[in-house]
Design a protein around this ligand. Structure first.
Ligand code: NDP
Length: 258
């Protein structure tokens, strides 16, 4: 079997959190195109259903839409049960849901800090833990967590200390899980995208005005597109990455190089 064929995900069962739109939707589409059945998991169930229907029409795979808030352990648990109950197993999980808040540190309330950490870090822990429990029982599985270049640098000019700290936490969490589960068939990696054009950036009142400035700072002079994250995730979810675990993949058009 050739390398391209080996990279396909035919018959694999995958859940994607924050899958209704943005990076999650784009990566879910790539998983589906590569042959996988997908559960689109999101707090916005109407949008998740729309995405699941769209991908089912485009690729003909089995698609589920499941409402779950990644910060609520019971919802994450029942989402995972539903995925495994329907699909029979779980080959990969893309723990991707996240939010950003741009607030100066000295003005940030405890609730704002907690919300960002809860969704971006605790949410990734809860979904990776739920996926890991299934995968450890099976003896195989691949978990991909969404970190950010903000785990590596402090973005400017916007103040986002909670976001940056949460994403740095995602990388060390990823490495910790990778080491704990390495001998039991479960791999855990993260991606660290640079600025990507999604609702989170393009339609955020606080971030949208900064795009020109970011582009001036970017070696490539532009933001990334969600589809530019697809192939790395297909690689990590599949069977050609079996020696890849505990790694973080920075995909930022060289933004963090200087
Ligand atoms: P979007 O805001 O476009 O999509 C995020 C999705 O996650 C939304 O559908 C959102 O639903 C959902 N979501 C939010 N909170 C929860 C929750 N508690 N439980 C389940 N789902 C939730 O963001 P992106 O696609 O841009 O971002 C995806 C990930 O990529 C995030 O982790 C982000 O931090 C990371 N990232 C993004 C970059 C960028 O420049 N866009 C750069 C680097 C990393 P709703 O809107 O209804 O709340």
């Amino acid at each position: 079997m050739g390398i391209i064929e080996k990279m396909r995900l035919d018959g694999k069962k995958i859940f994607v959190t924050g899958g209704a739109r943005g990076i999650g939707k784009s990566v879910a589409a790539a998983f589906a195109e590569a042959g996988a059945d997908i559960a689109i998991v999101d707090v916005d169930i109407a949008e998740a259903k729309k995405t699941a229907d769209e991908l089912a029409d485009a690729y003909g795979n089995r698609m589920l839409a499941i409402k779950a808030d990644v910060t609520i352990p019971e919802e994450v648990h029942s989402m995972t049960e539903q995925v495994v109950g329907t699909f029979g197993r779980l080959d990969a999980a893309f723990c991707n849901a996240g939010i950003c808040m741009n607030i100066p540190a000295e003005e940030m309330t405890f609730e704002q800090w907690k919300k960002v950490i809860d969704i971006n870090l605790t949410g990734v822990f809860l979904t990776a833990q739920a996926a890991g429990r299934v995968m450890l029982r099976q003896g195989f599985g691949s978990i991909i967590n969404t970190a950010s270049m903000s785990a590596h640098i402090v973005n400017v000019p916007q103040p986002q200390c909670a976001y940056n700290a949460s994403k740095a936490g995602v990388i060390q969490l990823t490495k910790s899980l990778a080491v704990e589960w390495a001998k039991r068939g479960v791999r855990v990696n993260s991606i660290s995208p640079g600025y990507i054009g999604t609702e989170l950036t393009l339609n955020s009142p606080s971030l949208k005005p900064l795009i020109e400035q970011w582009n001036d700072m970017a070696p490539m002079g532009r933001m990334g597109r969600p589809e530019e994250l697809q192939s790395i995730c297909v690689y990590l979810a599949g069977d050609t990455s079996t020696f890849t675990t505990g790694s973080d993949f920075v995909i930022d058009g060289a933004f963090t190089c200087f």
